[in-house]
Structure formats: C-alpha cells, structure tokens
Design a binder for this molecule. Structure first.
Ligand code: ADP
Length: 663
C-alpha cells in the first residue's frame, strides 16, 4: 500500500472548499473589473463621439460664417468692378476669375453686355449703289459690278457706306476669280483707320469680317508667298488684338464670339482668347431670356450645372459652372478646415456617403441647398480616438485583474502552506505517539517480566536486557530524529562546521549501529579510501546522515543483508555511499522519499520502526553542507544512496581514487 500521508477526507473537503472560496474571491472582483472596464470603454466611445460632434458642429458654424463672408466679399468685388463700359466690366470680372462669366445690366435692367452692338441705320443706297447691286444680282458680269462698287466707295464720304462698298467690291472680284485683287481691296479696307468702326447692314463690324476673309483666302498655297503671308499675319494680329480688346465698346458680342471661334479654327496657335468660354456661357445664359434674380444669393441658372449670383446692386449677374464652383469652395474650405477633418462641399441633392455620425450641415445663407459633409481623414476617426482611451482602460483593467490573480495566487500558496503545516502537525502527533508507544510497550513488558523474576537463567536475563537496550536505542534514535526535525522546522538547527576526516564520520556512524550491523545475517562492508582530504562539516550532523542511511539499509533489506559503506574522493567533494540489497524503490518513489513523512509502504515502516523523517533530515543536513544526495535504486534490486560533501577550504584535490581500506 503506497501512501505518502494519512488520508484526511474531512481535510480534503475543507481544502476544496477553501480553494473554491479563494477562486471566488479572486474571480468576482476580476469579473466586476472587466465588466466596469467594458462599460467604461463603451461610454468613452460615446463620450468621444459627443465631444467631437460638438467640436465639429462649432467648426461647421465657423465655416458657414466664413463662407458667407467670402460670398459677401465676392458680391462687393463684383459691384466695385463696375467701372467703364459693360464690355470692360465683363472682361475685368472674367479675367480676375471672380466668375466664370458675367451678364451686365444697365440701370433700367436691360442687358448691357453681352448683347448685340449698337445698331446704326445703314446709309441709304442710291445712284451707283443700285447699278452695282443690279450687276451683282445678274451674276453675269462680276467685274463690272466690282467696278461699280469701287466707284461707290470712291464717291462716298460715309464710312459705313464706303466700307460696305469695298466689302462688296472684294466679294465681286472673288466671284470673278480675281483673288489677288480682292485680297488687295480687303487689305486696303482693313488698313484704313477711318473705316475701323464701319458697320454692315447686318450690324456687324466690317473690318474684322474683312480680316477673317483675308485669313481664309491666304490659308492655302498662297500662304507661302511672302507678300501674302505678311498680309495674313497683319490681319491675324490685328484681329486677335481687337477681339481681346474690350475697350472697343461697339464690337457686338455675338460677332466677337463668332470671330473668336473662326479664328481659333484657322490659327489655333495664335488665337488665344481668355474670355471666349465666358462669352459662350453668357450667350447661352441669355438665350434663356432669364429674369434678373431678386435673391442676393447663389441660385441655379436656367442652364444645367450653372449657378448665378447677382451683385449687391443687381446690375451684374455672375455665372459659375458647378464644377469650378465646387473646386473653388473646396480650396477655400480646405484652407480653413481642421487637420483631422475632410469637409466636402455638396451641391443640392448630392448624396453624401460617410460613416461619420455628424450629418451634412447647411453651407450658409449664400449657398441655399448646399451642404458641408464632414468626414475624417483616418478611416474610423472616432474609433481611433476612443481606441487610445479604450486601450488605457483595457491595460488598467488587465493590470488590476493581474494583480488580483497574483494576490489570489499568493494567498492560495500561503493557505496551502498553512494547511500543509497543519496536516504535518497532525501527522507528527499521530506518528510520534504511535512510534513511541511500540518501543515503550516492549520495554515495559520486558521490565515487568524481569521485575516479576520470570526468567530462566542468567542468559535469558541478558537477552531481555539486550532487548530493552535495543528498544531504548530505537527510542533514542526516534527522539533524536524528531528533535532534529523540530529544530529544522523551526529553523533552529545550528551546525558547527569544521574540517573533518571522512573516515571519522564513517567510523562514528558505524559505531552507533555496530550491534545491528554485526549480526549473523548481515554481511557488512566498509571501504574508505586512504588519505581522503578533509571535508567541511558538522561531525554529529554528518554522522546522523550516515546513521539514517544505514538504519534504512538495515530496515529495508530481507533476512540476508548485504550492506556496504564507501567513502571516496570525487573532484572537490567526498562521496559517501551506502548500498544495500534490499527491497529497492521505483522511480517515482525514489523522487519522493526525501519529502517529509513520505513512506512508500507504511505498514512495512510500522513493522520496522520509522516515521518518514529520516531522509528529509538527510536532505536538510546535506543541503546545509552545500552538498548533494541522490539515490539509485531498482525495485527488488537494492538501493545505493550517495551523499557528496565539499572539501574543506585549502584542501588539495586528490589525484587518483585508490581502492578503499577495510575498517
Ligand atoms: P522511515 O522512517 O519511514 O524510514 P525515511 O525518511 O528514512 O523514513 O524513509 C522514507 C521512506 O523511504 C521509507 O519509508 C522507505 O519506504 C523508503 N526507503 C528509505 N531507505 C530505503 C532503502 N534503503 N531501501 C528501500 N526503501 C527505502
């Protein structure tokens, strides 16, 4: 029957209860901490959201104010741009990028630009005019018609009539196949400063049209001719300059637009008209005959994706393309936005997909229907922000749980130690009382027998006395072990270290047990190497070690005992070896026998005396000597215990291990 300690079922039950209570004590606060932590983390996220929402709403209202201020500024800038003519105003606004285009009204609310130029009544056609027209319509003699127009031009003092006659003359020359002459007439016409503002019957300026014709005529093979190309260049330069010149109040905007398109097609490199897109936009806008807007705000124009804004004095309507407007607003807002936030400008009805809890906000009174959508540059900004705080809670919580776990562990270990101590004490009391009872009972019976004179002869008397002495020795040995254990347990065991001869230690132990070892059924052998170096140790304590080992060797061997003690040097140690041919130990027991009160087979120990303390005392003493103890054993094959004790200081290391000498 293998049993390390006596079973205490009630004790086991209380141990389980104690540990269950401990687990509960540790678990409940840990769970509470975790619960609070989760709550705190959730609240933190909401709190962060609320805080940030407040911050961003404040930011949005600041943006709204700034946008309003921006548009007010834009309106004022539009009004103050009102200087000379409507055409100049148009050009100034467009060139300064105040708007994509602009329509200028006069005080009475009529469109002043871009609109048709001033229409003059054409001069009355009479005399040669009629003849020339007649010849031209007959289509038979264009040359004669051209001559007739030439005469009209010569005779007429009116600039408009003169220019028209020249234009018609050039036309007839062309029809007659006289291209070169036609070109000469057109160049004359274009170069005459007096005819610069002459207007055709269709209310267009004649000279720019003549210049366009020159460009068209010299577009082909003739362009290679030096005189032609010079004329063409001259016409092109003049025309481009004039088209970009808005001080020329008489230039009808529709003609300007038309010519810009034509010239761009003919000479895309030279024709750069920064206001062309604005002209087109204004014209498109005016095609819808829009009423002058009353609201001083940005509103949709009747053209798709175009917005309009009247100036403060309502004499100018600025036009904005939606794309450009959004870009401009985005740039403005970007320069004002907070670092973590992206503000998207949303035109009316534009959807906004964002996980942000802040809904898009109005963009201000100047931009009715427009909204500002807030999103965060980091994908989940709230999560990131609250994650920082959450991480703090998490670590704090985990730390608290860890501390609780550690404290619980320490308490558990302390409780376990206390319980083990209590159990050891119970063991001790029961073992001591039992172990003392047996020899005392034997001695008492023997003494009673002797006292009653119940012995046959002197020899039997001696036998009884020897039995009494043996029981007494066992008692002394037991008590000695108890006392040593008690001192060990209380930390009161003191050692007197000195340089000792290993042979003396062996001799003392053998002497203490000589009677048992010298019995007839015991083959006992001692081998101690000669000239062993001195060891550092307490003579009594080391003898106790060997006595305990030898005592066990006697106890745990059968009837035919073979026991040996050896002492030999091993490096800077001396090894004491106690070997027997006893019952041996399996590997598991060999590991545990040095524990207090551990007994492999308690019934056997009871028979032979012992309380499971001998080897724990051996281990304690050897450890105090900075030595080691080990056992090598096989069940049924006997055991060998080896105790190694360090040499005393200044002892030379012996060179070789000689075979031992018999004591
Ligand atoms: P005990 O007083 O019971 O002998 P020990 O501490 O001296 O206590 O020994 C512990 C146990 O180790 C013993 O109960 C015994 O089972 C086992 N033991 C000790 N020495 C030997 C040995 N030489 N051979 C076999 N078993 C041994």
């Amino acid at each position: 029957m293998k049993r390390p300690f006596k079973e205490f079922s009630a004790g086991n039950h209380s141990t389980a209860t104690t540990f269950a209570a401990l687990v509960l004590v540790a678990l409940v606060p840990a769970v509470c901490v975790l619960w609070f932590m989760i709550l705190a983390m959730r609240n933190e996220r909401l709190a962060v959201q609320d805080r940030l929402t407040d911050v961003y709403l404040t930011h949005v209202s600041s943006l709204q104010r700034q946008l309003t201020a921006f548009w007010q500024g834009r309106q004022t800038a539009l009004s103050s741009a009102r200087n000379d003519s409507p055409a100049e105003l148009f050009a100034a606004v467009v060139r300064s990028n105040l708007a994509d285009s602009v329509v200028v009204y006069d005080r009475s609310g009529k469109v002043a630009y871009s609109a048709l130029g001033s229409i003059e009544t054409p001069a009355e056609e009479k005399g040669d005019w009629a003849l020339a027209r007649e010849l031209e319509f007959q289509k038979t003699n264009y040359l004669a018609a051209a001559e007739a127009y030439g005469r009209v031009a010569q005779a007429n003092q009116d600039a408009h009539a003169k220019a028209r006659a020249r234009q018609a003359q050039a036309g007839c020359l062309l029809k007659a196949g006289r291209k070169e002459e036609a070109l000469a007439r057109l160049t004359e016409l274009a170069g005459d400063p007096g005819l610069r503002n002459a207007i055709s019957a269709q209310s267009t300026l004649i000279v720019p049209n003549a210049q366009l014709l020159i460009l068209k005529l010299v577009a082909g093979a003739e362009a290679g001719r030096a005189d032609f190309s010079a004329r063409r260049q001259q016409a092109l330069d003049d025309l481009v300059k004039r088209l970009n010149d808005y001080t020329d109040a008489d230039f009808p905007s529709s003609q300007r637009r038309f010519l810009m398109g034509e010239v761009t097609a003919l000479a895309p490199q030279a024709a750069i008209f920064p206001t062309r897109a604005a002209e087109e936009l204004a014209a498109e806008y005016l095609e819808h005959n829009p009423a002058l807007p009353t609201e001083p705000r940005l509103q949709r124009a009747p053209i798709a994706n175009v917005w309009r804004l009247p100036s403060a004095d309502r004499t100018i309507v600025a036009l904005f393309r939606e794309d450009g407007l959004k870009k401009e607003l985005a740039t403005l807002i970007d320069s004002l936005a907070l670092p973590d936030v992206r503000v998207t400008v949303l035109s009316p009805g534009e959807p906004f997909a964002s996980s942000t809890p802040v809904a898009p906000q109005e963009a201000g009174e100047f931009l009715p229907g427009w909204r500002l959508g807030l999103s965060f540059k980091e994908s989940d900004f709230f999560a990131t922000l609250s994650a920082r705080q959450t991480r703090f809670y998490l670590w704090t919580g985990l730390l608290v749980v860890l501390i609780i776990a550690m404290v619980a562990l320490l308490v558990a270990r302390y409780v376990a130690a206390q319980m083990r101590l209590a159990r050891l004490k119970n063991e001790l009391v029961s073992t001591v009382s039992h172990e003392l009872k047996t020899p005392l009972a034997s001695i008492r019976a023997l003494v009673d027998t002797l006292a009653a004179g119940r012995f046959r002869d002197e020899q039997q008397l001696q036998e009884y006395l020897q039995l009494i002495a043996k029981e007494n020795l066992r008692l002394c040995h037991l008590i000695e072990n108890f006392l040593t254990f008690s001192r060990m347990d209380r930390g009161k065991q003191r050692f007197r270290f000195e340089a000792l001869a290993p042979a003396a230690v062996v001799a003392a132990a053998v002497d203490a047990l000589k009677k048992r070892l010298a019995s007839a059924h015991c083959n006992f052998e001692v081998r101690v190497e000669p000239d062993l170096p001195l060891i550092r140790g307490d003579a009594d304590a080391l003898s106790t070690v060997l006595i305990n080992l030898l005592d066990n060797a006697c106890k745990y061997t059968g009837d035919e005992k073979r026991i040996g003690v050896r002492a030999f040097a091993e490096g800077r140690q001396v090894c004491f070896e106690v070997a027997d041919n006893g019952i041996g130990l399996d590997r598991r027991d060999a590991r545990k026998i040095f524990d207090r009160f551990y007994q492999v087979d308690q019934s056997l120990t009871r028979q032979r005396g012992g309380c499971g303390l001998g080897l724990s005392i051996v281990k304690f003493i050897v450890k105090a000597h900075a030595g080691t103890v080990e056992v090598q054993s096989e069940p049924g094959q006997g055991s060998t215990f080896r105790v190694k004790i360090p040499l005393a200081k200044s002892q030379p290391v012996p060179e070789t291990n000689q075979p031992g000498e018999h004591l």
